[in-house]
Design a protein around this ligand. Structure first.
Ligand SMILES: [Mn+2]
Length: 492
């Protein structure tokens, strides 16, 4: 059914065996859309096997939170723990802290993040108690070909082909991780999973507008609240959005005085709007793909209520992300599993999320940012660590912050009273092409600081264009200066 490397298939089958043999399972996952959908897939798989299980989302698996995980394991005494959408970067933590817990027989890691360099030589997958399944170790891209939810789906169908409907959630997870970025569609195993979902009639793919809210937002708000991409002159300006439609001769309300939504427009009306928007974006952005990406494959989710925040993969993924960013991933998991009350709560969180982002962007506009050699820095103590990455990305996307250098965000407003400072970095495509790899820069600076200090002061990870770090406040300045120097060396 699916073409996957033999080695990966072997690991999946072994993991599936451990799942079937388990008596009590603890499932742990990351808090974003991919983590939430990964977890929902794992839960459904366990539920269908009639297993006893507990689950929890964890914001970040690090040297602090691993102790909470250990407590949770001791409290729930599972014989199997499944980590999804994280675990690869924390394998040594997991090994050091969890491998010898009594009664815990197996650990399964379902991840897609790139393993740390120092692990290249070691094949931990050989060890029996920990099975790690990660496309990066199988010659498959973990940033464009398979997400955490995709890996979880592979396990679920290895356990039973009845889990094939969970392909829907795998695609929502991949969407959340932007694996089909700029409407270029899915590739690799993602494309295979999409095919399966289309054939099963769980998903239908249509060429349409890729903005958030085509099913749910009144026409003016579709543009006014657009953040991906930011629409110059329209995002944030209600009046301009009304005028945009009236200039094109498009009615905003139907004959019953109800707001029209994008899905209510005729093909001809849609065409007019799309042409106008693309024209404006082409003038504004140096990357033409941002404009052309306005139209792309829209993934309709046929198992979910129509005309709702769950009807397309993009809207669903945004809804789930909002749950996570508001520290309520559990609500997101409930939504994936079809719980109506969770859905209502999630919608309220989405509104809150939107408001939080708008206020954080406004503060950057009002208070400005700092310019360093090689980077821009936003240090806003009011912006939560869970949204700092999105906020700096949006601020740069909307040219509030110039895009010639990466932007680094600092958040001291961290989850669960952690003493660590959260750092987020974002770099535009053309900066990455110059050779800036934020993940590498962050990890190298972290390593050298840790070495100098003789202890753990910074933990870093991520991708070339989006990376993050948790920093001991004492080393915050040293870290920022180190990153500044390293990037300046690359782009000068
Ligand atoms: Mn992920």
């Amino acid at each position: 059914m699916l073409e996957i490397p033999d080695n990966m298939d072997k690991l999946l089958r072994k993991a599936a065996e451990h799942v079937r043999d388990s008596k009590k399972v603890l499932a742990l996952s990351h808090i974003d859309t991919d983590g939430i959908t990964s977890l929902a897939i794992v839960i459904r798989m366990l539920e269908r096997l009639g297993k006893v299980y507990r689950w929890r989302n964890i914001h970040q698996l690090n040297s602090e939170t691993i102790n909470d995980v250990k407590d949770l394991i001791e409290e729930t005494s599972p014989d199997l723990v499944i980590f999804s959408d994280f675990g690869t970067g924390q394998l040594s933590l997991i090994q050091d802290h969890l491998a010898d817990v009594e009664g815990l027989e197996h650990i399964i890691i379902l991840d897609h993040h790139i393993p740390p360099e120092e692990r290249a030589e070691i094949n931990y997958s050989e060890k029996d108690e920990i099975i790690e399944i990660n496309p990066c170790q199988q010659g498959i891209s973990g940033s464009s070909e398979l997400s955490g939810a995709g890996v979880s789906f592979l396990l679920a169908i290895s356990v039973s082909e009845k889990n094939i409907d969970l392909s829907e959630l795998a695609i929502v997870g991949a969407t959340g991780d932007l694996q089909d970025y700029y409407g270029k569609g899915f590739a690799g195993i993602n494309a295979q999973i999409l095919d399966i979902a289309v054939q099963g009639n769980y998903i239908r793919v249509e060429r349409d507008l890729t903005l958030f809210g085509i099913n749910t937002r009144p026409l003016p708000q579709l543009l006014q609240f657009a953040t991906d991409p930011y629409l110059p002159g329209l995002t944030g300006d209600a009046e301009a959005c009304y005028q945009f439609y009236s200039k094109l001769g498009i009615e905003l309300k139907d004959s019953d005085d109800q707001w029209r939504r994008w899905v209510d427009l005729s093909q001809e009306e849609k065409q007019k709007v799309v042409q106008q928007l693309i024209g404006e974006l082409l003038q504004f952005y140096d990357d033409p793909r941002i404009a052309t990406g306005l139209v792309g494959d829209v993934i309709n989710l046929l198992l979910r209520p129509p005309r709702s925040e769950m009807s397309t993969a993009k809207e669903f993924s945004t809804l789930l992300n909002a749950c996570g960013r508001n520290r309520r991933s559990d609500v997101g998991v409930g939504i994936c599993l079809g719980d109506e009350e969770s859905f209502q709560t999630g919608k309220a969180l989405l509104q809150q999320h939107r408001a939080n982002l708008a206020m954080a962007i406004r503060r950057i506009e009002d208070n400005g940012f700092e310019e360093y050699d090689g980077i821009y820095v936003v240090n806003d103590p009011q912006t939560k660590d869970t949204i700092i990455g999105i906020v700096i990305g949006m601020a740069q996307g909307s040219t509030i912050i110039p895009s010639d250098k990466p932007v680094i965000g600092i958040s001291t407003n961290t989850t669960e009273d952690s003493p660590l400072v959260k750092i987020s970095g974002r770099a535009r495509n053309h900066v990455v092409k110059k050779g800036v790899n934020l993940k590498e820069v962050f990890t190298h600076v972290a390593e050298s600081l840790n070495e100098k200090a003789g202890r753990l002061t910074v933990e870093a990870g991520g991708h070339p264009m989006a990376a993050g770090a948790f920093v001991d406040p004492e080393y915050l300045d040293a870290f920022i200066n180190g990153v500044s120097k390293a990037i300046a060396n690359i782009i000068h």
